[in-house]
Design a protein around this ligand. Structure first.
Ligand SMILES: Cc1cc2nc3c(=O)[nH]c(=O)nc-3n(C[C@H](O)[C@H](O)[C@H](O)COP(=O)(O)OP(=O)(O)OC[C@H]3O[C@@H](n4cnc5c(N)ncnc54)[C@H](O)[C@@H]3O)c2cc1C
Length: 500
């Protein structure tokens, strides 16, 4: 007798839906995968900056980098510049990769903190390969010398083209796509699980498992299952965005720029064919008209259309996985793109799901474990974002005064206290942002550490000076030998397909 294969239905075909479909088509080959999306509804249409973990996703799918960059009009990204976040006119970078090197037993920050007290330390950017390269528009793929680590980088890309690319990938691997509007969701009368969805033309699609990628709507996870939402607006009060692409112009920077504005911030993401721009802001402090005019007044080139408003609520579903339904992407929740984390959260949900892929009815222990991991990941990212806001010195601006004085989550208060007291940055479990990431934002946002590890005091002052100056000189030399970002990109794009 022929055995039926377990089936998974993905509702929604934005970045989340097609990333999920692509990964399942590659790894869940014993399952039937169906995706439903509605062109009439469309996608959120933003989401263009990533973090280096994207390599793991594309790599697992066997995607060729040159082809990917060609298809998505992508560019390289070495970090994020925060302009005006501490105060107007001040800028720092959260660059990917290490800061400093050869610091012996302790993380570099302790030597830097001591050197600062002695007046020997320069700003952090002098000890960051990625930032030095980014600021001089340089970039290198691969190893710079035998045995040297590769320069960590991420991508900027056109999210719509990425989804289209992954759609072709998925359909070539057997994913069935249905065009149509989901009109209703049916639950099993006995178990309460989702049984099927009905499209507005009357088609009924049933499956064993459902993945909700319907965006902010959360048609299955919330609409049908009423899972509930943890609202984090008290920590991250921005609730609106205005987005507009513009013609390229100015510098083709290998980094994302985030510029603080009166009641929020503006993003700038350079792609091959245009620059992605947007304003994220708090509607309690600024109207859409003002946000749009600030945005339009600060573009590198001519706007390609009118700014498009997007409304959101920051927070996450109380459960990402509820019964036989998993929410991925905006259906699972949203945190503003300050550190480009949403696409990463999609990929990490996919990889956690693949690790426990249910072949029948998923057990509660697996579901609880998944949700606990998601909670941890989301709350730690939230804390990192909140740090950027709370540590501002933009006094006299109502929005910035409010976020400076907000009550902080205890997890963040603890982290700040450890830094202030001892220059100590513990990285717990598998939290996304490393010590180096926190270090850069602490330093960039002017959060002073009073202490440092006394082991750093055992280094003679002359050695400390040599450590810092030697590191800087070596990095400057390395960067000088790198090609320009634009040349590196062009060379990569014109490369022929690399063997699988
Ligand atoms: C302002 C802003 C800026 C962002 N910037 C970044 C960034 O720089 N980096 C980053 O990593 N992330 C960013 N993000 C997040 C990123 O855009 C999303 O994580 C990503 O696009 C995934 O969206 P999604 O697929 O979950 O939802 P959507 O793109 O909204 O897709 C939803 C899908 O569901 C379908 N659908 C909905 N309802 C129905 C229905 N009734 N019937 C059938 N189909 C339906 C739609 O047609 C669509 O296919 C940003 C988000 C916002 C709001």
């Amino acid at each position: 007798m022929e055995q039926t294969r377990p089936s998974i239905l993905i509702a929604g075909g934005g970045t989340a839906g097609w990333m999920t479909a692509a990964a399942l088509s590659r790894f869940a080959t014993g399952h039937d995968i169906v995706l439903v999306e509605s062109e009439a509804i469309g996608t959120v249409g933003v989401g263009e900056a990533t973090i280096p973990q994207i390599h793991l996703f594309n790599g697992a799918l066997g995607i060729d980098e040159a082809e990917f960059l060609r298809e998505t009009k992508g560019s390289f990204k070495l970090g994020i510049e925060f302009d005006g976040w501490l105060r107007e006119g001040d800028a720092y970078m959260h660059a990917f990769g290490a800061i400093g090197r050869g610091a012996g037993l302790l993380p570099f920050q302790h030597y830097w903190l001591r050197a600062r007290k002695l007046g020997l330390a320069k700003p952090l950017q002098r000890y960051s390969l990625n930032e030095l390269a980014a600021r001089t528009m340089r970039m290198q793929r691969g190893r710079r010398a035998p045995g040297s680590p590769e320069m960590p980088y991420a991508y900027h890309f056109d999210a719509g083209l990425y989804a289209a690319y992954l759609r072709r990938y998925s359909e070539a691997r057997g994913v069935t796509r249905h065009e149509g509007l989901i009109a209703s969701v049916q639950r099993d009368g006995e178990s309460g699980d989702i049984a099927s969805i009905t499209l507005d033309d009357g088609r009924v699609l049933s499956a064993d498992f459902f993945i909700d990628c319907t965006g902010f709507r959360g048609l299955l996870i919330e609409g049908a299952l009423e899972t509930g939402f943890d609202d984090w607006t008290n920590y991250l009060p921005c609730d609106r965005a205005m987005a507009v692409p513009c013609a390229g112009g100015g510098d083709f920077t290998p980094y994302t720029r985030s510029t603080a504005r009166r009641a929020g911030w503006q993003w700038r993401i350079p792609l091959q064919h245009r620059i992605g721009n947007g304003m994220v802001f708090s509607s309690a402090h600024m109207g859409e008209d003002e946000a749009a005019s600030i945005l339009l007044a600060n573009l590198d080139g001519e706007a390609q259309g009118d700014p498009r408003p997007i409304r959101f609520r920051t927070g996450k579903r109380r459960l990402h996985w509820n019964r036989n339904c998993l929410a991925i992407g905006l259906a699972a929740g949203f945190m503003e793109p300050l550190e480009s984390t949403s696409i990463h959260l999609i990929q990490s949900a996919i990889s956690r799901f693949l690790a426990v892929l249910p072949s029948g009815k998923p057990g509660q222990a697996v579901i609880d474990h998944f949700n606990a991991q998601a909670d941890f990941e989301w709350t730690r990212i939230r804390d990192f974002l909140v740090l950027h806001y709370t540590a501002n010195q933009r006094t006299g601006e109502p929005f910035w005064d409010a976020v400076r004085n907000m009550e902080l989550p205890a997890t963040l208060t603890d982290k700040i206290a450890l830094w202030r007291e001892a220059g100590f940055i513990p990285r717990e479990h598998e939290e996304l942002f490393t010590e180096v990431a926190w270090f850069q934002v602490f330093a960039g946002q002017g959060v002073e550490a009073e202490g440092h590890n006394p082991i750093a005091d055992t280094m003679a002052e002359a050695d400390l000076r040599n450590l810092l100056d030697g590191t800087e000189a070596a990095l400057v030399e390395e960067v000088r030998a790198m090609p320009r970002h634009i040349d590196c990109l062009q060379q990569t794009i014109s490369a022929t397909k690399e063997p699988a």
